[in-house]
Design a protein around this ligand. Sequence first.
Ligand code: AMP
Length: 602
Amino acid sequence: MKNTKAHEESSCSVDLIKEKITNQENEEISRNDLPSDESSSQNDLLGKDSLSPSGFESFGFSKELLKTIEGKGYKEPSPIQKAAIPELMLGRDLVGQAQTGTGKTAAFALPLLERLKKENHNPQVLVLTPTRELAMQVAESFRAYGAGHSHFKVLAVYGGADFRSQINALKRGVDVIVGTPGRVMDHMRQKTLNTSGLSCLVLDEADEMLRMGFIDDVEWILSQLPTERQLVLFSATMPSEIRRLSKRYLNDPAEITIKSKAQDARLIKQRFIIIKNSYKLEALKRVLEAINDEGVIIFVRTKVITLTVAETLEASGYEVAVLNGDIPQNQRERTIERLRKGSINILVATDVAARGLDVERIGLVVNYDMPFDSEAYVHRIGRTGRAGRNGEAVLFVNPRERHFLGTLERTVGQPIEQMDIPNNASINENRINKLQKRLLEEAKKEREHDEETTLLKKLIKQAGEELNINPEQVALAAISLAIGSNPLLVKEDENWLKQCSQNHRREDRSSSRRRNDRNSNPPENNMERFRVGVGHRDRVKPGNLVGAIANETGLKGKMIGRIQIFDSYSLIDLPKGMPENIFQDLKRLKVMNRELQINRYK
Ligand code: AMP
């Protein structure tokens, strides 16, 4: 998908890296109610696995739809499709926890298309999405899946697009509307969208809508719909507000959870460092020093980089092995065995060479280069945290790649936190901790050979007497021997670290308006972030917002923090602890002729 227009509100899904469902084994289904015995036995008669009918025929789809699906090249329904389609074909409400890339669009679009009533000329299905990109994408999927259905019409409605042409299209008649909440509400208020025939509402990426402050809007839309309707809710994560929403509005829904590798990835502590390519090698050495770990895999993009990285680390005294496409299979196996046994600690690998690698003692994965797509990211970080162990992953992101972070976060369903390149102090702290641990472990051990112990004790005594030094001084000498020739503490010049982070802060600011607001800096400590329902489309300027809010609340203009204006809304940082009555007044306050509808932004 291409970003055709620089448009702030939309940037979060513009960068979606398309994920194909190629590995369905990665996913497990759990469902509160499985198919009845009757349907199972029927499937058995057909010679099919009772829980996972193969192909799409078993759903009872029309010939036209089956042909379209075949034309798309889909051979097997994905796990979410297997679980959701039979329920939706029956008209049941459904709540599904699934990420992008699981085939969830087809999971609802295919059965809803099949259930459309031909004689109805008003919209029958409404899909709400958090962003206009997703709206366009879902509408496109409907269009493609509905290619064999005669006269089928789908329309995407979202802010920033021409209102008039949307009204005209609505007048001509559409079956399915896919839209962002703001614009859908506008059409409902203006009565340009007739909701009387709506029989199904889908909330796609409900958690994203919550994060973007759309939940009140969604509830308003829900309150306007016919009471007899099917409700379908998909969400990558299930925060309590989404659970509340589904409890409140859904009627005995089928519950489906697609547990993907991406979700397992949540057990892994994931962080990123913004860094220019030219500083990566230095930063890598610092990360390895600061994150105390036994087994490490460093992922890079090309064979050449595997060698550069390995050579640099070897020069710094690390034992490193390389895994790339040039390494013959038998050597590859030997390398993995050495890593498993701990005779090497660090592996530098390309994605393809490390496919399927399963070594329990990997505690850290460094994504030295950005993965090609989010599937590769999930695979890479899945090399750690194995067999229930804790794992950590660090991702190097050069400033131009920053916009991919949102996609990765959406895939793994959790934020990836920013970290600084470790400075001397944190490296030294780690070195001391490591030394202490080694010392304590050694001191606790009982020496197996009494003879050796007697000899060593004699040695200590002799050294003390000969040099006239106390046992502490002898212990210090012994520890120095153990440390080796390198100094215990690093004192390297670290000015470049400061320069690095300053540069990135500057780049952050200049690019923040192009990026999704979720990725921007959080509000300062004493401030809280609010979302208001006016944006560029209302031609609002920061001054309008400051003026109106200052007037209403009595706050001095300078106490109003950062303001970010997007197409249909804006984010404003205000001092924490706003009294409830002022909050309520602000909700009704009009700026540029539109109610602020202020909400806390989570
Ligand atoms: P979604 O999770 O809806 O964003 O879908 C992700 C991708 O998977 C889209 O490119 C779909 O075209 C594709 N897809 C959906 N269902 C199937 C299937 N059963 N087999 C193969 N690809 C599919």
